[in-house]
Ligand binder design. Structure first.
Ligand code: TRP
Length: 455
């Protein structure tokens, strides 16, 4: 059964990186670093990406290339039986992530507009919060947020309906290098700021004592972040790899994708934290607005800041768009195959559903946490566990054989990989899931009930 394949290896790698690089790297990462004690989180995240994310990505690749099917179909064909329900979980996860992802992407669009008009530029009036912080508060909830959430979903739906993903692939080849250039320049700028030294100490030198004392929140946060940024846990990488030829070396592709994707997160931190410290903002309390407030505050005081702002936020918007397309495609292709309806109808219905599910998020930023913790620390991790178990516990021989294609005889490396995923990866994910659920319950009883009581 021949299937259309990626034209070049670089094409595949850039397309996968384009789907993986998104708000997870640029918005969620600095937000998580701030919540979880700076460098301590950074170290855990890097460790998890390497030890858990990379083997998990290879596992998804193997299933995709072997079955040449989308995420849901692949699991059904590869494992069958009750595992078919796992595909349903993927669909639910995609739905939930997309719903708040779109709201945050709406903020990004508002920041593109704000950069054009200069709405977040200016000095603070006496006793008022700085203009950049005020701007965020104004747009993050309410009608603006709802409206731009709708606009973003309309763009996503429009693109997916017209089926111009090929165009996006070409766009990604420009976008990925562009992100590196723009972020490289911005990190040099950040290096020149007075708060840079303090920021690097905070971001780059971990305190072992802190890690030991806080591992219960660090582990689920880092595991969730690893899966989220690498687009793992719901079969997106299965779909991407289904277009790969069997002469391709999956280990090299996986390494390239992991390294490029992680570099974007690391670079984002190198930009955001010097800016935050220079502006005297505490990363811990900057919350969901960290990226938006800090970058806007800095750009507001820069020569050509507005031009840079338009450039930066447009780049982020394109990154968010390509990720959103990879998310909705899982749901759309499943619906088309399963219910035999047209692409147009499926996309429009799902788009509307996602819009409605995301609408409450525009009431208050506490809903971002409500959705995000559920999706990243519980659902993605659960999807990841089940996927890893079915591949390495029940179909290890096929997995090793498939990985070997394009590489040659794996020798002990094959068993090492399987055993690495079988036990350590699954155990860490199980622990993360447990801690993620307890953390979520605490959140529901704490900040979320407080919010409910305050309205
Ligand atoms: N990885 C993307 C980001 O960092 C988000 C994303 C796209 C995603 N597709 C996914 C996350 C599939 C989980 C699963 O923004």
């Amino acid at each position: 059964m021949g299937r259309e394949t990626w034209r070049t290896r670089v094409g595949f790698i850039l397309a996968a990186v384009g789907s993986a690089v998104g708000l997870g790297n640029i918005w969620r990462f600095p937000f998580q670093v701030g919540q979880e004690g700076g460098a301590a989180f950074m170290v855990m995240y890097l460790a998890f990406v390497l030890l858990i994310g990379f083997p998990a990505m290879l596992a998804e690749f193997v299933v995709g290339r072997r079955t040449e099917l989308n995420a849901v179909g692949a699991v059904r064909e590869f494992a069958g039986g009750a595992w078919t329900y796992l595909g349903g979980l993927f669909v639910v996860i995609g739905f939930v992530i997309l719903s708040y992802y779109s709201v945050v992407s709406g903020w990004v669009l508002l920041y593109v507009a704000g950069s054009v008009t200069g709405a977040y530029v200016g000095d603070a009036a006496q006793g008022e919060p700085p203009v950049a912080a005020q701007f965020f508060v104004e747009i993050a909830s309410g009608w603006d947020a709802l409206f731009f959430h709708a606009i973003f979903m309309l763009i996503v739906v429009g693109i997916v309906m017209l089926g111009i993903q090929r165009g996006i692939e070409i766009g990604v080849k420009v976008m990925v290098p562009a992100i590196f250039v723009i972020f490289g320049v911005l990190s040099v700028y950040a290096f020149s700021l007075s708060g840079a030294g303090e920021a690097y100490a905070y971001y780059l030198s971990p305190n072992l004592g802190y890690i030991m004392a806080n591992w219960q929140s660090l582990v689920p946060a880092a595991a969730g972040q690893g899966f989220f940024t690498l687009s793992l846990g719901m079969g997106v990488m299965i779909t991407y790899a289904s277009y790969l030829g069997s002469d391709e070396n999956l280990a090299i592709d996986g390494t390239s994708i992991v390294v490029l994707n992680t570099s974007v997160s690391v670079l984002t931190g190198l930009i955001v934290f010097p800016i935050l410290f220079t502006a005297g903002l505490d990363p811990e309390t900057s919350g969901a607005g960290a990226l938006f407030i800090s970058v806007a505050a800095a750009l507001g005081s820069l020569p050509f800041g507005r031009v840079a702002g338009v450039l930066f936020f447009t780049t982020v918007a394109i990154a968010a768009l390509s990720s959103a397309i990879s998310l909705i495609e899982v749901v759309v292709s499943y619906t088309i195959d399963e219910y035999g309806i047209t692409r147009r109808k499926a996309t429009a219905t799902i788009g509307l559903g996602v819009f409605l599910l995301g609408a409450p998020v525009t009431i208050d930023t506490v809903f971002v946490d409500l959705y995000d913790m559920l999706a990243a620390q519980i659902l993605l991790v659960l999807g990841g566990i089940l996927l890893m178990v079915v591949i390495t516990w029940f179909h290890a021989d096929e997995a090793v054989e498939e990985l070997g294609k394009g590489i040659g005889d794996l020798g002990v490396a094959g068993s090492l990989w399987i055993w690495m995923v079988r036990i350590p990866v699954v155990v860490v994910l199980l622990v993360s899931l447990y801690l993620g659920v307890t953390g979520y319950l605490e959140f529901l009883q704490g900040p979320f009930s407080e919010f409910l009581a305050s309205i």
